[in-house]
Design a protein around this ligand. Structure first.
Ligand SMILES: NC(=O)c1ccc[n+]([C@@H]2O[C@H](COP(=O)([O-])OP(=O)(O)OC[C@H]3O[C@@H](n4cnc5c(N)ncnc54)[C@H](O)[C@@H]3O)[C@@H](O)[C@H]2O)c1
Length: 248
């Protein structure tokens, strides 16, 4: 049977934080649709395992998004393996939660470095290859936490920063034919929120119209759409995928 090729077939993508949670789900969706996917993660073993489990045209890459040299090496590895790049997903993330009164310099710096500087470095490192594509696209992962989140001054500031960065990259790269958007998930059932105490989770659920957390796949589908030609007139946008959070 010869079906119509999917929008992602034969395209090349790099997903940071691809060994877990939302990044893994995104890599899975893209790989299942015939794309080549670089699964880039600080957790080298996790990236290798994920690539082996997903199969298809997946490439494990060791990457620290907060390190410029690491980005250069990762993009070079992707260029060698895939010959180019059509899409970048800046998804890798960490949390170091602490109230304003107690947060250390290190906790501030680590979170801002990974989310904000890491996304900026990724856009810089991938710019040349994405500009050479006829469908270059960047999707940055922000968060509903950008509106303010107790115990997360570092994370909220970084995720709000990702929005300004996204809109500016969209402006600067438009003439090269590269779109840049952000997806802002609400609470998603991944290892990142595994240690959140039960009362806090219950508070979350009370404010979510759909009354449940998101599954990683529900974020991945939106990311895949934004990477695809079906989204060719969407740039500089933030797409909230939060089940209808009532406090926003
Ligand atoms: N889970 C949620 O509720 C939620 C909500 C909103 C936004 N987000 C955002 O979604 C993204 C993915 O989160 P998740 O929930 O899938 O988390 P996760 O913890 O399941 O996965 C994060 C991945 O990022 C990798 N990583 C961490 N630091 C890295 C670095 N310096 N370089 C490269 N890789 C690194 C980790 O090894 C891990 O594989 C993050 O940006 C997060 O802030 C998550």
């Amino acid at each position: 049977m010869t079906g119509e090729p999917t929008a992602h077939e034969g395209r090349s993508y790099l997903v940071t934080g691809g060994a877990s949670g939302i990044g893994r789900a995104t890599a899975e969706v893209l790989a299942a649709r015939g794309a080549r996917v670089a699964i880039a993660d600080l957790d080298a073993g996790g990236a290798r395992r994920t690539a082996a489990e997903l199969g298809g045209h997946t490439l494990p890459v060791t990457l620290d998004v907060a390190d410029r040299d690491s980005w250069q090496a990762a993009v070079a590895a992707v260029e060698t393996a895939f010959g180019g790049l059509d899409g970048l997903v800046n998804n890798a993330g960490i949390t170091r939660d602490r109230t304003l009164a107690r947060m250390s310099d290190q906790e501030w710096r680590q979170v801002v470095d990974v989310h904000l500087r890491g996304t900026w470095l990724g856009c810089q490192a991938a710019r040349r290859l994405l500009s050479a594509s006829d469908a270059g696209s960047i999707v940055n992962i922000s968060s509903s936490g950008r509106h303010g989140s107790f115990g997360q001054t570092n994370y909220a500031a970084a995720k709000a920063g990702v929005v300004g960065l996204t809109k500016t990259v969209a402006l600067e790269l438009a003439r090269a034919g590269v779109r840049c958007n952000a997806v802002a998930p609400g609470a998603v059932d991944t290892p990142m929120i595994r240690d959140v105490p039960e009362p806090v989770r219950e508070n979350w659920l009370a404010t979510i119209t759909l009354g449940r957390l998101a599954r990683p796949r529900e974020i991945a589908e939106v990311v895949a759409f934004l990477l695809s030609p079906a989204a060719s007139y969407i740039t500089a946008q933030v797409i909230d995928v939060n089940g209808g959070e009532l406090h926003l």
